[in-house]
Write a protein that binds this ligand. Structure first.
Ligand code: TTP
Length: 190
């Protein structure tokens, strides 16, 4: 049984390689807009399923399973995806400074009409950040393709004073939940 990762994210690929899951990667293009009144929880799960299913539709190997995932940062009533500009990244990081927020990552696997999914919700606390620190961080370019405008695995690691949940989930692919899904579909590795 072959596994495909329907994602452009190098982090998701790195995490799957970390646990030695064999896979091939390609990206899918989707409308990622949120429905009116859709909860963050429902939104990430819908997008993870949509990525896996669109990936399966696109995949020539119809015996394969396709994995998709989606990550959002949730602070109070706000939902932060990838910032569209350095200014938006600055606004996100100023709000996250000195506060706790949640990171939700959903993961889904699809094959024909079958689609299984799981969600991980982790809690992260940032120490207070100065505007100069935020601007210096944005100038590195790292925040621009990351949900919530930061990377736990990168230069933002020293900003994080508390994490409750899953490091890999915050990074974009919760490995506990992913391995549960792979076991459920009978995909064995190692
Ligand atoms: C919070 C956080 C997010 N991220 C990344 C993971 C995801 O790549 C990205 C969230 O955006 P997503 O829209 O979930 O994913 P993506 O567009 O990068 O890739 P694809 O949809 O093709 O699978 O943010 C980190 O790398 N580190 C972090 O600490």
């Amino acid at each position: 049984m072959r596994l495909y990762l329907a994602s452009q994210s190098p982090r998701r690929a790195e995490l799957l390689r970390q646990i030695r899951v064999p896979f091939e990667q390609f990206s899918v293009d989707l409308d990622e807009s949120r429905f009116p009144h859709e909860s963050a929880n429902d939104y990430v799960q819908r997008l993870a399923r949509a990525k896996a299913q669109a990936g399966y539709a696109q995949c020539q190997d119809k015996t394969a399973w396709v994995l998709g995932a989606d990550t959002v940062v949730v602070y109070r009533q706000y939902l932060f995806g990838k910032p569209d500009s350095p200014q938006e990244a600055q606004d996100m990081l100023q709000q996250l400074s000195g506060q706790r927020h949640h990171v939700m990552t959903a993961v889904a696997v699809a094959h024909n009409a079958q689609c299984y999914h799981q969600i991980n919700i982790s809690e992260v606390e940032f120490r207070p950040l100065t505007l100069a620190e935020i601007q210096a961080y944005i100038a590195t370019g790292e925040p621009l393709d990351k949900a919530g405008a930061y990377a736990i695995q990168g230069l933002a690691a020293p900003f994080i004073c508390h994490l409750s949940g899953s490091y890999s989930g915050v990074m974009g692919l919760p490995l506990y939940e992913t391995s549960q899904l792979l076991q459920e579909i009978g995909f064995s590795w190692l």
